[in-house]
Design a protein around this ligand. Sequence first.
Ligand SMILES: Nc1ncnc2c1ncn2[C@@H]1O[C@H](COP(=O)(O)OP(=O)(O)OP(=O)(O)O)[C@@H](O)[C@H]1O
Length: 292
Amino acid sequence: MSTPVIEVENLNLTYGDFHAVKDLTFEVRPGELYALLGTNGAGKTSTLETIEGHRTPTSGTVRVFGHSPGDRKAVRPRMGIMLQESGFSPDLTVRESVGLIGTLTRRTDDVDRVIDVVDLTRKAGTQVGQLSGGEKRRLDFATAVYGTPELIFLDEPTTGLDIQSRDDLWNAVDRLRENGSTVVLTTHYLEEAQQRADRIGLMHQGVFHHEGTVAELTRTLPSVIRFTLGGPAPALPVQAIVGADGSVLVETFGLQKDLALLLGWAENHGVELRDLSAGPTRLDDVFRAIES
Ligand SMILES: Nc1ncnc2c1ncn2[C@@H]1O[C@H](COP(=O)(O)OP(=O)(O)OP(=O)(O)O)[C@@H](O)[C@H]1O
């Protein structure tokens, strides 16, 4: 098996008396998209900052490409970090800011190519202070694109982006992955993680509540069928929770069988199942199960 890009072993981080990350162990493999998710204050940022070399572990070890993250020369040029706020100077233009990424990371790329990938060509001469929120976010993304780094950190990359910009960003991420980049993602948009992550580490209060593929995470929970009844209807053929507004929720470990029963019942009685949806448990439900 190939060497992991990131290896975290028994990582502990404390702030004074507060134990923020507790004996965390995981690895990220080459080419993977790994999503680090969790409740507020779970310890995701603390963990990422340690991997990025900005924070020293209280105990435990972290290796990136087999090196300590503190070994800046060996590690820094190989990783692109899109923070929630990159802190580009408001007085610099987009082109000057993108050029700075090359200087800081010691990676090489064509500045105009990068500006084109993040769709800021029309704003290349505009000062950062005059960009909209979404345009600033796209400029932040340039830090991950510049020089096609082998390892990319995306910290809530799509927050504040409209749908078109979001799709563009994910297309650009797909291209980086085709070039072999490994991606570590944090997001509060669980659908994005569910659709794109190879594996997910779900943190809560400093430890992993779950770790594995999306399928592994959701397998332990029942599938869900939802629909709404427009009016009075005969007794349902399966166990369900029926709301006062006619909304129906069926939780089942036999999705195909129960769905067939419901469709047959609706057909026989001429009942319309409005807004019908059926599928495996979503990550949102896994989160709700943790928090409750
Ligand atoms: N510098 C610090 N000093 C003291 N406590 C801190 C410090 N940084 C973080 N913490 C605490 O450590 C815990 C983990 O914080 P962290 O920012 O890693 O969580 P997170 O999972 O990124 O949360 P969120 O989703 O809310 O951003 C929190 O309870 C936070 O209050």
